[in-house]
Design a protein around this ligand. Structure first.
Ligand SMILES: O=C(O)CCC(=O)C(=O)O
Ligand SMILES: [Fe+2]
Length: 368
């Protein structure tokens, strides 16, 4: 990765140390240069504090007459698969009113992921983008990731010839894919994530989601019953240690949480598996061998279940919104960043924090 460190005068007394995670010369003419990845290497954040979460889906009209009116042929909604994923055309996220946003929150919870095509969202400016996200929950600031300059709530998605950070970290693996639920180690982990791509490669760079509701439902009743009584540990430590090893600044100290393995969604009441290969390390109360065997079974189940997954191809103007409580997802980094024909893939993620996970029979998340 070629990076430069610039010291920018923030105020007359404080200095902001900013590392650019891209090469300025490559992107001189780029329309979204202001969204390229940087690292603020000075601002340290305290631990996130508990907050009361109000799921917008709870007050939504289940029929969704405002979001998906039956008498408006302009608004086209279609299921991408029977199990997971809905695609919407003919609506602008940037113009939704509150009733529509409430119904959208419920739709995302029900369908796992909702794909909006032909959006102007990438051009409405950072303030409007953040305001839209905040409707669904407080915005998460990633503890280690690159972000958009002056906007730590905009987590950066960029792989290019001048930034191979993510590729390099996975160089020793057979595949770069890895299913996860965003920062699930947080005590109140994310509900809805909003991913906007600013540049889309002509082919490749899809994203895939797996339905954790379906993954749970497929399990046999004895295994479901076993898992419903258990919690698993989700850890932010390996991510922070990896970042530190690579010379990156850790802006919030890493934490762990013990979340119920079967989570009940507050708005739909549906049960979903809440473990993922990205951040779940062990099942609490089991021996190491039992925990490893059971997690291996579940991770394989999630990763191989093509019949409860959806893979989405990005288009110019696509925005994806998913519910981390009922899905796992993975980037598919199959394009060659050194081949200009394979193009540039760049975007930003707005991640909204959600409820303290609740499982079956009142089992809740705990932490030290
Ligand atoms: O780049 C992608 O397709 C997804 C990356 C990701 O995991 C995220 O934005 O949370
Ligand atoms: Fe993610």
């Amino acid at each position: 990765m070629s990076t430069t460190t610039t010291t920018v005068a923030e105020t007359e007394t404080a200095l902001l140390k900013l590392t650019l995670a891209y090469d300025e010369q490559i992107h001189e003419q780029y329309k979204y240069a202001a969204y390229l990845p940087v690292y603020d290497e000075k601002t340290h954040f305290p631990a996130l504090q508990p907050f009361e979460f109000n799921d917008r889906g709870l007050v939504a009209n289940k029929e969704k007459p405002n979001l998906l009116p039956k008498d408006n042929p302009e608004v086209k909604s279609s299921k991408l698969t029977p199990v997971i994923g809905t695609e919407i055309r003919g609506l602008q996220l940037s113009q939704l009113n509150d009733l529509q946003k409430d119904e959208l929150a419920l739709l995302i919870a029900e369908r796992g992921v909702v794909i909006f095509r032909d959006q102007d969202f990438k051009d409405v400016g950072v303030e409007k983008q953040k305001e839209f996200g905040r409707y669904f929950g407080p915005l998460h600031i990633h503890p280690v990731g690159a972000h958009v300059k002056d906007n730590l709530e905009l987590h950066n998605i960029y792989l290019g010839p001048d930034n191979e950070y993510r590729n390099k970290r996975r160089a020793k693996r057979l595949t770069s894919t890895g299913y996860h639920s965003d920062v699930s180690y947080e005590h109140q982990p994310p509900g809805i994530t909003i991913l906007t791509l600013l540049s889309v490669p002509p082919t490749g760079g899809d994203t895939a989601w797996a339905s954790q509701t379906a993954a749970y439902a497929r399990l046999s009743p004895p295994i479901q019953a076993l898992l419903e009584g258990l919690r698993a540990e989700h850890s932010g430590f390996p991510q922070a240690e990896g970042a530190q090893r690579d010379g990156h600044f850790v802006r919030r100290d890493p934490i762990k949480s013990e979340h119920p393995i079967v989570r009940v969604h507050p708005a739909t009441g549906q049960k979903a598996l809440f473990i993922n290969p990205g951040f779940t390390k062990r099942i609490v109360g089991l021996t190491d061998e039992e925990s490893e065997a059971l997690l291996k079974l579940l991770f394989t189940h999630i990763s191989l279940g093509q019949d409860f997954q959806v893979r989405v191809r990005w288009e110019e103007g696509t925005v994806a919104l998913w519910d981390n409580r009922v899905t796992a997802h993975t980037a598919i980094s199959d394009y060659n960043v050194h081949n200009p024909q394979e193009g540039l893939r760049h975007g930003f993620r707005i991640t909204t924090l959600g409820d303290r996970p609740t499982g079956v029979n009142g089992l809740t998340s705990i932490w030290e």
